[in-house]
Ligand binder design. Sequence first.
Ligand code: HEM
Length: 143
Amino acid sequence: MKKRLMLTSILLMTGSSFLFASSDCGATKLSSYMKDIGGDMRVLSADIKSGDNAAAANKVTDLISHFEKSRNETPYKFKADSLQGDQLAEQKANFVKVIDDTVLALKNLEVALQSDNASDVRKWLGEISAQRNIGHGAFRVNC
Ligand code: HEM
């Protein structure tokens, strides 16, 4: 009986430390901007599908503003990897570069939407999705 009680408390303790670990890494400002970006992208795709390119072009402005806020943040991965000094500065510069490339693709998408250029809209959506894969591959940690 005593053994079972001990086992239960150990399980409870490990369980709660997992909970703390995940809330620590999930509650960053960056992850909250990213959630907004995910929501913006869903609205933007729906606007394009329904043929409302003007509404989609307006959504691009929100996306750019969320990426600009993200640019000032540091991915949780850098903390998890204990990056410091030059290494941290180098990785932060790489992160900023991918954000800047994404913003550039968004500005091109906005022009394509405003001029109803369907093939360019496809091209820049593809580029944004490629930048997301690069950014998540390099800087996002699953926790
Ligand atoms: C349209 C493009 C993108 C979409 C839709 C997107 C969406 C998301 C979503 C939904 C999350 C999870 C947020 C959560 O629930 O905690 C996330 C996390 C993350 N994303 Fe993005 N993302 C995009 C582009 C990028 C780019 C370009 C970068 C890097 C330059 C990036 C870096 C990250 C990082 C580092 C995290 C983890 C959060 C953290 O470290 O605090 N994402 N993203």
